[in-house]
Write a protein that binds this ligand. Sequence first.
Ligand code: FAD
Length: 411
Amino acid sequence: MLDPHKFDVLIVGAGQAGGQLACGLRMAKFEGSIGLIGDEADPPYERPPLSKDYLMGEKSRERLYLRNDDFWENQQIDLKLQQRVVSIDPIEQTVTTDKGNLFSYGSLVWAAGGTPKSIPLPRISPDRVFTIRTLADIDRLNAKLSHIENIAIIGGGYIGLEAAAVFRKLGKGVDLVEVAPRLLSRVAAAEMSDFLLKVHGDHGVRFHLGMSVQDITDGDPLTLHLNTQTSIDADIVIIGIGIEPTITPLAEAGAEIGNGIHVNAFCQSSLPNIYAIGDCVSFKSPYANDHWVRLESVQNANDQAKVVVQHILGREKAYTAVPWFWSDQYDLKLQTIGLTHGYDNVILRGDPQTNSFSLVYFRKNLVCAIDSINRPLDFAQGRLLLGKAIDQKDPRLKEISIPFKELLDHP
Ligand code: FAD
């Protein structure tokens, strides 16, 4: 009988990264005890559908789960849900939860993701303000959707845009307020921002770019007062302005922190026997000129989990996986490979009006990222271009009928 309060590997955060790590350890025949603590009610599940087909009502709850219910027990992964780790003692190698439980660990893996940033809205009823991060968020939102007509979204990032697409497909009126002068300004070039603005505009989304919400008056409907002296009426407000990495217990335990928990190439934090993976982590990426980055993607969560599996098994395999990401909006599949951080030039390949094109980003003459819309071949072959000094004046780069591979085979 295993001691329930002592684990060889204790994972905090039963989400994408934590769930994959626990599975990965068992798949790799790790025989030690594994504890997986999560503060949500559900076992590990995928978040991407929350702003896509699950929100749309086209995907069942069961299909979100990483594994079926009995997997965890069958694999002797001790899943402890609805329990939050509130402190860590790195000397004694223990954690304490909000339920007053104390667990000890051989290795601790912090996989606690992030919490949606909020904005203070003291004057409106909390049941009319929503975020899109957890299954519980979407269940609460879905319960409301059939009774309402107009939705205001604050934030023009991927989640806000994906939700806008779903709401328009459901026939809701959508106003989207974005403080930056263009959409996705942190991660994508203006060509992509303009394209998405047009697509969503054609679908009826009303944009308020370069504006912010100053105040909201409660009522039926709510009135959002913008800094431009204009206002928007809506039944509910969605806040989609990004996440704060969940780091507090580790920070209080003394871990080195930047924009997330600092980890090395093996996902080790600065504290002994404590790893960190997923959305809560900041690391020096070779794909961003060795600058610190914090990535919010399934790829990053899964690949960092693989690195930790190997390290726990005694194999040092540095995290070098190519970053990639996708987003679905209407009939568009956006795929990104590489990181656009610090890009200094971008080449448009194809014609955005055809809903099929790519953007090739350069940093110091080397290809650093490719964004593609409905161009799976560019996404697949774009990986080969990363880090290469492709001639930016080569006309073939702009010609979508010529595969990227051709540029490499015949420079
Ligand atoms: P999470 O999956 O958030 O898991 C962390 C878990 O830890 C959570 O359950 C949290 O509640 C729990 N936790 C936090 N603190 C504690 C604590 N102290 N004690 C116990 N448990 C704790 N990525 C893509 O690549 N493509 C997409 O299209 C895409 N779409 C997305 C759509 C939405 C709506 C969202 C929210 C994310 C999307 N992502 C997408 C991002 C992707 O889902 C995340 O990058 C990924 O889930 C990160 O995994 P994680 O394990 O680090 O964090």
